[in-house]
Design a protein around this ligand. Sequence first.
Ligand SMILES: Nc1ncnc2c1ncn2[C@@H]1O[C@H](COP(=O)(O)OP(=O)(O)OP(=O)(O)O)[C@@H](O)[C@H]1O
Length: 351
Amino acid sequence: MSALEKTPETTAESRTPLMTLAGVSQVFDTKAGPIRAVDNIDLSVNPGEVLCLVGESGSGKTTAARMAAGLARPTDGKVEFAGNDIWSMNRSDFGRFRRGVQYVHQDPYASLNPTRTILQTITAPLLKHRVVKGNKAAADKAAELLTKVDLTPPENYLPKFPHQLSGGQRQRVSVARALTLDPKLIIADESTSMLDVSIRISVLAMLGRLRDDLGVGFLFITHDLAIAKYFGWNGKTAVMYLGRIVEFGPTPKIINAPTHPYTRALIDAIPEPDPDLTKTKGRESLRSLEIPSLAHLPSGCSFHPRCPLFEDGLCDGEVPQLVEIRPGQSAACHVVARDGAGEVRPDEPVA
Ligand SMILES: Nc1ncnc2c1ncn2[C@@H]1O[C@H](COP(=O)(O)OP(=O)(O)OP(=O)(O)O)[C@@H](O)[C@H]1O
């Protein structure tokens, strides 16, 4: 049996994370010079766990996700699946890894083949990878998967082409296709951001049910902390800024008791009148709204030109490392590392 056939849940070493990014960086050559879209990040997702990756546009979330999915090779660092370095795997193990990690894109229209019916879209991987034998069994399985993503009755959807479906229905088809190969990890990259609010909520609810019923791990990417709160409350959240992780911890702590000034600013930016989120609002205001270019990163902490806690000579010197501020919650901030983030207020319901 190959090392990959033993899933982490079924082995004695059940503490092995499903997915690990260890010291991973990605450098792109651009006209403005080389940019570190992802700079030395460490992340891991345990079997069945949700890890939310949150940050503004351009913070490096998709680049990190593409490396986790094996779609891009890191410039530095290691990507491991079930404890195995994916870039040292032989072809068949790499294929098994790729089947175990499924990517659901932001734009389902771009990721679905417009010339294939939904039946063809779902049955193609089932037949190619011999999950089932024969067209009849594949069609039955496709119907079962559409039912799982609430496209019912499935026979109404199987003969249709992507353009005949709404955005929310197309995204459900993308999720059904991601489930065909019984993945261990789903990477959902802004999977609901293009949908209208009411449809977004119903697709999120469907994803939440799959998360609970299938025990599959999620790397859930969003620019919106309110969505991370909704989907990843029982999991962990990493906040990215300009290619680096600036805060990491259990989602309730990140939402209700953020320590990094950038996380606090993100929470301030949430327009929704959410009483939990507004509790932490209005603590400090940013010194600048301008996001620096990755090609000309500020020295030291790259958040320092915007940061309300900025201290001359401290914040513009060294790059701050992630250090534990409260149990299980770490932040990369010189000032918070030195002064602490204060006690969690009694009215902050930290799980
Ligand atoms: N192939 C590439 N070549 C050059 N630069 C790239 C490439 N891919 C991404 N980048 C740059 O890397 C940075 C991070 O991009 P990335 O898409 O990972 O961010 P993101 O947080 O996912 O943002 P968004 O939500 O807008 O997709 C951006 O400045 C982007 O322009």
